[in-house]
Design a protein around this ligand. Structure first.
Ligand SMILES: *[C@@H]1O[C@H](CO)[C@@H](O)[C@H](O)[C@H]1NC(C)=O
Ligand SMILES: *[C@@H]1O[C@H](CO)[C@@H](O)[C@H](O)[C@H]1NC(C)=O
Ligand SMILES: *[C@@H]1O[C@H](CO)[C@@H](O)[C@H](O)[C@H]1NC(C)=O
Ligand SMILES: *[C@@H]1O[C@H](CO)[C@@H](O)[C@H](O)[C@H]1NC(C)=O
Ligand SMILES: *[C@@H]1O[C@H](CO)[C@@H](O)[C@H](O)[C@H]1NC(C)=O
Ligand SMILES: *[C@@H]1O[C@H](CO)[C@@H](O)[C@H](O)[C@H]1NC(C)=O
Ligand SMILES: *[C@@H]1O[C@H](CO)[C@@H](O)[C@H](O)[C@H]1NC(C)=O
Ligand SMILES: *[C@@H]1O[C@H](CO)[C@@H](O)[C@H](O)[C@H]1NC(C)=O
Length: 325
């Protein structure tokens, strides 16, 4: 049945599908840190569940901890990004802060959500990595948030004027001052805030990104940083549009080229499957929380196979000569 040309086509297709399947087999590893020392948001479990429920469709493996002892050089270096969720107060001791600083210095990537701007308030490098420290918020109420940069993956799906029910955070400083790009801005005429907020600049910063997080000592070498101040309520974490915003920010952050997934000389991150030995299996035991051990290693061969088959259809459409006999 198969002549030489057909054999060649078949092998080419098999190679292509294997390549696609193996490139998808490696999940980016993200550590969710949700420890709190002051106010605790009751939406934290809802948020973690919402993030984990979508992880496999984004090729991400989330692990979560509230144990500050996990902040060591060795443990942090295994993650492509750290996601700080609703942290308040002194959630790290000095050695944890040193490990976080080193992680950022080595190209680590950072995502901060909602109250993540309200922890480690005296730690300058942390404030720079987030972009700005939280100052205060008026009462939870409905408000309009304007998309001021629709080209970012975290905002491209949002309506230009996004109606939300959330806390409109004010910040102590302007994140633009340390190089952040503001992408969402609270419309101050759309809600009531009788407080005084002068330091944060205009338009009102509500979400932003940094190509190189300013928390690293040499800020050219650090990875990406993304922060959104939205995310207060359980209902928010059940809203698909909000989740699309958050996952847009997470996936953008993970496309930083500072980790082992992209650069064999990088010093942090989850290495590609082909070069890692026991990294994944040893890592399962490192984080002790039940949710992390149960979901630590997500592998979806059936999805990979499906995607590979889908790719064959795409290849057939673009390279019909491969199929011609
Ligand atoms: C939010 O959800 C958590 C469970 O995930 C629940 O304990 C909490 O009471 C909820 N908060 C509100 C205000 O309903
Ligand atoms: C932060 O700095 C302020 C002012 O110096 C001080 O009063 C406060 O105790 C410090 N907090 C921590 C947790 O170090
Ligand atoms: C506030 O927004 C929510 C949906 O986000 C909506 O259900 C509610 O009716 C709004 N409330 C007011 C007072 O506009
Ligand atoms: C800001 O909110 C006010 C009040 O809801 C509205 O009239 C105005 O059009 C909004 N402006 C923008 C740019 O969203
Ligand atoms: C980071 O580098 C930029 C450009 O070199 C500089 O303008 C900025 O002040 C630096 N930020 C910090 C926190 O050092
Ligand atoms: C990595 O990203 C930085 C900043 O965007 C860029 O300057 C550099 O060229 C990138 N390197 C590669 C290999 O893409
Ligand atoms: C890869 O990472 C190393 C170590 O951080 C860095 O020096 C080098 O510039 C990176 N290479 C590229 C192509 O980005
Ligand atoms: C793979 O395992 C070998 C031997 O155990 C070790 O020398 C090497 O550093 C490992 N490579 C990676 C990427 O972990």
């Amino acid at each position: 049945m198969l002549d030489n040309a057909n054999t060649f086509r078949l092998i080419t297709l098999l190679l292509l599908s294997t390549l696609v399947a193996s490139s998808l087999a490696t999940n980016a590893r993200v550590l969710i840190y949700s420890a709190t020392a002051d106010f605790r948001h009751d939406s934290i479990p809802t948020a973690i569940q919402a993030l984990q429920s979508k992880q496999s469709s984004f090729g991400i493996q989330f692990e979560n901890t509230e144990d500050k002892a996990q902040f060591t050089d060795q443990i942090l270096a295994q993650y492509d990004a750290l996601l700080f969720l609703d942290n308040t107060g002194e959630v790290l001791d000095d050695s944890g802060k040193a490990a976080l600083q080193k992680y950022l210095n080595l190209g680590g990537n950072y995502i901060g959500i909602h109250a993540a701007s309200d922890c480690l308030r005296n730690t300058t490098f942390y404030g720079n990595e987030v972009g700005a420290f939280f100052d205060y918020h008026p009462a939870l109420q409905n408000a309009t948030v304007d998309v001021i940069d629709a080209s970012h993956p975290s905002t491209s799906m949002l309506p230009a004027q996004w109606h939300v029910q959330d806390e409109m955070y004010n910040f102590k400083t302007d994140p633009r001052a340390i190089g952040a790009t503001v992408i969402l801005s609270a419309n101050e005429s759309s809600y009531v805030d009788t407080g005084t907020h002068l330091g944060q600049g205009t338009p009102h910063p509500t979400a932003w990104f940094q190509e190189h997080g300013a928390g690293a000592e040499d800020n050219g070498s650090s990875g990406r940083s993304f922060y959104t101040s939205l995310g207060h309520l359980n209902e928010t974490w059940q809203d698909e549009l909000f989740l699309a915003h958050v996952f847009g920010g997470i996936t953008w952050t993970l496309q930083s080229n500072t980790t082992l997934a992209f650069n064999a000389s990088a010093q942090v991150g989850n290495p590609p499957a082909s070069t890692s030995n026991s990294t994944s299996s040893s890592s399962t035991s490192i984080l002790p929380t039940p949710s992390s051990s149960s979901s630590a290693i997500i592998s979806c061969p059936s999805i990979d196979k499906f995607v590979a088959e889908f790719m064959i259809v795409i290849v057939a459409a673009y390279f019909p000569w491969l199929f011609r006999s």
